[in-house]
Design a protein around this ligand. Structure first.
Ligand SMILES: C[S@@+](CC[C@H](N)C(=O)[O-])C[C@H]1O[C@@H](n2cnc3c(N)ncnc32)[C@H](O)[C@@H]1O
Length: 240
C-alpha cells in the first residue's frame, strides 16, 4: 500500500478543521443514531481514524471510549485533549485488540485511506472481529466516485499572531484511486514556505460499500443522509 506522507496535514489539522466542522453537533448525531439502532444499551465505543480526538471529547462523556489512529502525532494531540479515553496507534486494516466494542465509528472519510476495495473488505472484517454481537458500525464514507467534480478546488485559510496559512486542494480520479492534492503556503518566522502532499484514497460508490459490508459478514446495512452536519456525505450503519 502506498504510504501517504501527511506531515503538514497532521500539523495544521485542528487549525483547518475546527473552523469548519461542528464536532459537538456531529457527536450528538452519532449518539442519536446509536440510540435509534442499538438492540441493547451501548456502553463501549471505538473511534477508528480518530484524528485529534474531537468526537471522543464529546462521546466519552457518556460511553467508555477508545481512539485508534495510524498517526502517532494525531494520537498525541488526542491524548492531550481527552483524558477520559484510551488510545492506540495502529492501522485500521490489520489492528488487533483484546477487546470487543458495542459501537465502532469511523468518521469524516477516514475509511477512504484504505485505498482499495480489497482493503475495504479486509478492514470491515477486522471491524467486525472487534464488535460485540448485535453491535453497530457507523461509517462516514469518503466522497462517492459518482460525486467527483472535475476541476473543483477547495480553499482553507488560518491565521494567528505567528502563522498565516493558505491551503488549496484539488482532486483527480483515476481508474483505481481518488487522488487529493493539497498545496500549502505557510508564512512563519519571516518567510513563506510552499509544500504539497497527495492523499491516495479509495474511489468507490455506494454499491461498493454495501458489497463490502456484506462480504465482510455484517447482517444488515442502512444508509442515512441529510444535507448538513455529520450526515452531509451520508452515514452507513451496519449491524453485526
Ligand atoms: C480526515 S482525518 C479524520 C479524523 C477524525 N475522525 C475527524 O473527524 O476529525 C483521517 C484520519 O484517519 C487516519 N488514518 C489514515 N489512514 C489510517 C489507517 N490506515 N488506519 C488508522 N487511521 C488512519 C489519519 O491519520 C487521520 O487522523
Amino acid at each position: 500500500m502506498c504510504k501517504n506522507d501527511l506531515r503538514i496535514f497532521y500539523k495544521y489539522y485542528d487549525q483547518i478543521y475546527l473552523k469548519r466542522k461542528d464536532y459537538e453537533n456531529e457527536s450528538q448525531t452519532i449518539r442519536q443514531i446509536i440510540k435509534q439502532f442499538e438492540k441493547k444499551p451501548s456502553k463501549t465505543l471505538l473511534d477508528i481514524g480518530c484524528g485529534t480526538g474531537e468526537h471522543l471529547k464529546y462521546l466519552s462523556q457518556s460511553l467508555k471510549c477508545k481512539g485508534l489512529d495510524i498517526s502517532e502525532e494525531m494520537i498525541k494531540k488526542a491524548k492531550a485533549k481527552v483524558a477520559d479515553a484510551e488510545f492506540e496507534t495502529a492501522n485500521m486494516i490489520d489492528f488487533s485488540l483484546d477487546e470487543r466494542f458495542d459501537v465502532i465509528i469511523c468518521l469524516f472519510g477516514s475509511i477512504g485511506y484504505v485505498q482499495t476495495f480489497r482493503n475495504l473488505v479486509r478492514t470491515f472484517k477486522n471491524f467486525l472481529n472487534h464488535q460485540n454481537n448485535e453491535g453497530l458500525t457507523i461509517i462516514a464514507p469518503w466522497v462517492f466516485r459518482k460525486d467527483f467534480r472535475k476541476g473543483a478546488f477547495s480553499i482553507d485559510t488560518y491565521e494567528d499572531d505567528e502563522t498565516k496559512l493558505v491551503r488549496m486542494g484539488t482532486s483527480k480520479l483515476t481508474r483505481s484511486h481518488w487522488l487529493v492534492y493539497f498545496h500549502y503556503l505557510i508564512g512563519k518566522d519571516e518567510s513563506i514556505k510552499y509544500s504539497s502532499e497527495v492523499h491516495k484514497m479509495l474511489a468507490a460508490d455506494y454499491e461498493d460499500y454495501i458489497n463490502a459490508f456484506s462480504l465482510a459478514g455484517y447482517s444488515e446495512t442502512e444508509f442515512l443522509k441529510e444535507d448538513e452536519g455529520a450526515m452531509r456525505r451520508g452515514l452507513f450503519v451496519a449491524i453485526k
